[in-house]
Design a protein around this ligand. Structure first.
Ligand SMILES: Cc1cc2nc3c(=O)[nH]c(=O)nc-3n(C[C@H](O)[C@H](O)[C@H](O)COP(=O)(O)OP(=O)(O)OC[C@H]3O[C@@H](n4cnc5c(N)ncnc54)[C@H](O)[C@@H]3O)c2cc1C
Length: 378
């Protein structure tokens, strides 16, 4: 009897894209090894809100991929004992234009999404953290899940190691790839049947020529963390203001979105220039993660600007009331994003090698589902 040898795959990068790819290949029976330049992932995948955010995804493939990813997150978190919460989301409305956008969203997706428009009283019943002054309603969607990325990403790696025998080579920079052989900084080389490159916002080390020829950029985001709220006080649901409707593709179904944009351009021009829209999620310790701004370009400014954090906090105070506003930390993160509207970049630069990158601002939301699709297409 001829026994077929186990197929092997080398994955570069232990962010969410690399981990989702590792899971998908391991479940297909591949022997998977992941290479990560640092002792743990410290890129975009641990710097985000931890929002698994189907509400922002356009109808069809993007939304379905988000729901598939959300369900995978849920089952892994259950299995691995990783904290998560299906908190749902509230997009808050304080004027008629904002409410019109929320109503049009709810009408457009009534058949496909667990969404509805709430009165002010119903909104306040869902979240004590909502500012009641001037509130006229909100869009509620029940899909959204929160994980704590700082814990979840490292626990996910351990889970893949224990459950699916994925091997991790930490502190190992991949410097060069030739067909399906990879070369590392410690002068070793590894060979496999396939190589998958999930190097996030590092376009400079591997295949720089490919990156220079495609419509791709980097985006820098500023974020903050507020203290654990006293007495296990919960904000109930993840919250955002109406600027988020201008940011996420799903809201383009709303005819009133153009009026909302005009209002924002007139009254909040700086927010538009700096790509600021404001959201808040709460982790299992009760801490609040808030952000963010969006500044695009291949050479992100290494320095954070206090002015941007102040704008974020000022807008947050229009729709949120917390028990404790003590600032614990601020940081920035950078992700790769396609500029032609594509959800991600999947491309084979040479035989046996696949680049999987540029999940933009939705990598936590989409990566598991995108990895499943990648495997099906191979
Ligand atoms: C501030 C912020 C907030 C966000 N909020 C959300 C959110 O709430 N929900 C959501 O869905 N998405 C969110 N996103 C987007 C999401 O975080 C990204 O889409 C996702 O993390 C990208 O994952 P990645 O694996 O491609 O990149 P990364 O997490 O950056 O991982 C790439 C990894 O590859 C490693 N690497 C690179 N080159 C090499 C090499 N040559 N050899 C070895 N290792 C290498 C790096 O060290 C790194 O660990 C946010 C992003 C940011 C920055």
């Amino acid at each position: 009897m001829h026994i077929k040898p186990q197929q092997t795959v080398l994955i570069i990068g232990a962010g969410i894209v690399g981990l989702a790819s590792a899971r998908a290949f391991a479940l297909k029976g591949y022997k998977v090894t992941v290479f990560e330049r640092y002792s743990q992932a410290i890129g975009a995948s641990i710097r985000n809100f931890g929002m698994i955010w189907p509400v922002g995804q356009a109808a069809g493939d993007p939304y379905n991929t988000a729901i598939q990813s959300r369900d995978i997150w849920k089952s892994i978190c259950e299995d691995a004992g990783i904290w998560y919460r299906q908190s749902g989301s509230l997009h808050l409305a304080y004027n008629a234009t904002e409410l019109a956008v929320m109503e049009e969203y709810a009408a457009a997706y009534a058949a496909d999404r667990p969404c509805s428009v709430l009165t002010a009283a119903e909104t306040l019943a869902k979240s004590e953290a909502v500012n009641p002054d001037g509130l006229i309603g909100a869009l509620w969607n029940a899909d959204e899940l929160i994980v704590d990325p700082r814990l979840a990403i490292s626990r996910l790696a351990s889970y893949l190691e224990e459950k699916l025998q994925v091997e991790f080579k930490w502190n190992t920079l991949v410097t060069h790839i030739e067909k399906t052989t990879i070369y590392t900084g410690d002068r070793k080389k590894y060979q496999a049947d396939m190589v998958v490159v999930c190097s996030g916002a590092d376009f400079e080390t591997l295949y720089p020529r490919i990156y220079s020829e495609i419509p791709i950029t980097k985006c820098k985001l500023q974020m903050m963390r507020l203290a654990a709220q006293p007495g296990d006080w919960s904000i109930g649901s993840s919250l955002c203001g109406s600027l988020s409707a201008l940011h996420y593709a799903a809201f383009q179904v709303a005819p009133s979105l153009s009026s909302l944009r005009q209002l924002a351009d007139e009254y909040l021009p700086e927010y538009g220039k700096l790509g600021i829209h404001v959201m808040v999620s709460q982790n299992g310790n009760g801490e609040l993660t808030i952000g963010d701004s969006h500044e695009y370009g291949l050479n992100p400014d290494p320095f954070d600007r206090e002015h941007i954090n102040a704008l974020i906090l000022n807008y947050l105070k229009t729709f949120a009331r917390f028990k404790d506003w003590k600032l614990l930390q601020s940081w920035n993160g950078v992700y790769a994003k396609m500029t032609n509207g594509d959800t991600c970049f999947q491309h084979s630069p040479e035989e046996g090698v696949l680049i999987f990158n540029a999940t933009g601002g939705a990598g936590m939301t989409l990566s598991f589902g995108l990895a499943e699709r990648m495997i099906q297409q191979l």
